[in-house]
Design a protein around this ligand. Structure first.
Ligand code: CTP
Ligand code: MG
Length: 398
């Protein structure tokens, strides 16, 4: 058995509220959005983020149900999760979660189960932004025009450019958050969120961009919105999407050429951050583009020194992982390069075999010359175009 390192981050998922405003028969966290409850969706997001200790704060009497949701969402990470019972207020529920932190934890994220569709990237971004003395919240600009009101009249206009709507998870350095909670309890003050409690103890809080999907399910209309969002995703599953990628590299440097996943003995290499394999790079962009996952620079650029000198298999295997994580199967990829060299047809089958094996999907590669025109025609470099199709598989199972 492999012993995994103990995570330095914990996520407390508060789910102990009754959901008065939602008005369902069960506590809010156990109300179904689709086949899955609000809590289960929230935990799916939490476990898709970087590994962390996960503490679910459940309403009294619902610990067993929370355990089952936790086990199913956690999969292989079940050892990282536990359930504790919450209190009468959100603040007491968070305090119950804090009491269950492992000794090694340095950063604590507090997350509302009611923000069930929060993207895992938002969880990771908050965790990454917390420092030893600064808390971090995700927030969205306010879009409505706001008024200060009282007794049926508008008292004043409010400048919305100075306002932001706070979301969760909110992240804090552990020891400062713990002492801020002790101070709040001793002072007998209830705060509306953890950031307010942390700030009241004199600590700075920064904000990063939140996301529309991280809205809180509070009223029946919010639940409808969540159902609609998931329904739209399910309806989109099965309809293929396509993406395009291009790449150009100049010939230059020492050693052998790497192209289309193969080493070409005696051919001049292409220059580039990695091995210069423009065929592989265009394929990566086509695949990421089809899935809406950004581009090659974002995932493999010079800020990722681990990919310096890497070959096609490394790039493509990681791309396949990124797509699978986002719920996409690869349909096929078709690539064409323009260049005088290398003479490609004798090794076409070999290249297609290598590239298809890494992606687990058919890859076809064609080559053409440009009648002596342009930089490929003058033998200065190679230009590549790739098209990929991907198939959304809908909400991930398990
Ligand atoms: N929460 C909690 N313990 C409480 C109150 C709230 O763990 N005593 C949690 C809720 O489960 C929710 C989050 O805090 O995930 C945000 O609270 P809210 O949306 O207000 O949920 P409820 O309090 O359940 O709803 P309502 O206020 O409508 O009763
Ligand atoms: Mg409440």
């Amino acid at each position: 058995m492999t012993i995994l390192p103990v995570p330095r981050t914990a996520i407390i998922v508060v789910a102990a509220g009754s959901g008065t405003r939602l008005g369902a028969r069960a506590p809010k966290a156990f109300v179904g959005i689709d086949a899955r409850s609000i809590l289960r969706h929230a935990l799916d997001g939490v476990f898709a983020a970087a590994p962390a200790q996960v503490i679910v704060v459940a309403p009294e009497g619902w610990e067993g149900d929370a355990e089952s949701e936790l086990r199913e969402a956690a999969g292989e990470r079940a050892d990282l999760g536990r359930v504790v019972v919450g209190g009468a207020t959100r603040q007491q529920s968070v305090a119950a979660g804090l009491a269950a932190l492992w000794g090694d934890v340095e950063t604590v994220l507090v997350h509302d189960a009611a923000r069930a569709l929060t993207p895992p990237t938002q969880i990771d971004a908050v965790a990454a932004s917390v420092t030893a003395d600064v808390g971090v919240i995700p927030a969205l600009p306010v879009v409505d025009t706001l008024k200060k009101v009282g007794d049926g009249v508008v008292v004043a206009a409010v400048d919305r450019s100075e306002l932001a709507a706070a979301q969760t998870p909110q992240g804090f350095p552990r020891t400062l958050l713990e002492s801020a909670y002790v101070a709040a309890r001793d002072g007998g003050t209830e705060y509306t969120d953890d950031a307010a409690l942390f700030a009241a103890a004199g600590h700075p809080v920064r904000y990063i961009g939140g996301s529309e999907r991280a809205f809180k399910i509070t009223t029946p209309a919010d639940l409808e919105r969540a159902r609609h969002l998931l329904g739209a995703r399910a309806a989109a599953s099965g309809i293929p999407r396509v993406g395009i990628g291009t790449d150009v590299h100049a010939f230059g440097g020492e050693g052998n050429l790497w192209l289309a996943g193969l080493e070409w003995e005696g051919e001049q290499p292409l220059s580039g951050h990695s091995d210069g394999d423009a065929v592989a790079h265009a394929m990566v962009d086509a695949l990421l583009g089809a899935a809406g996952l950004g581009d090659i620079g974002e995932h493999f650029g010079t800020s990722h020194p681990e990919y310096a000198g890497a070959h096609a298999d490394v790039f493509l295997a990681r791309t396949r992982e990124l797509l699978a994580g986002a719920g996409f199967d690869i349909g096929n990829v078709s690539v064409q390069f323009q260049g005088n060299r290398p003479r490609f047809s004798p090794r076409r089958a070999e290249a297609e075999g290598v590239l298809s094996a890494v992606l687990g999907a058919p890859v076809t590669v064609t080559a053409t010359t440009t009648d002596g025109l342009g930089f490929p025609g003058r033998g200065e470099g190679i230009a590549v175009t790739a098209i990929a199709s991907v198939i959304p598989t809908g909400p991930r199972e398990g």
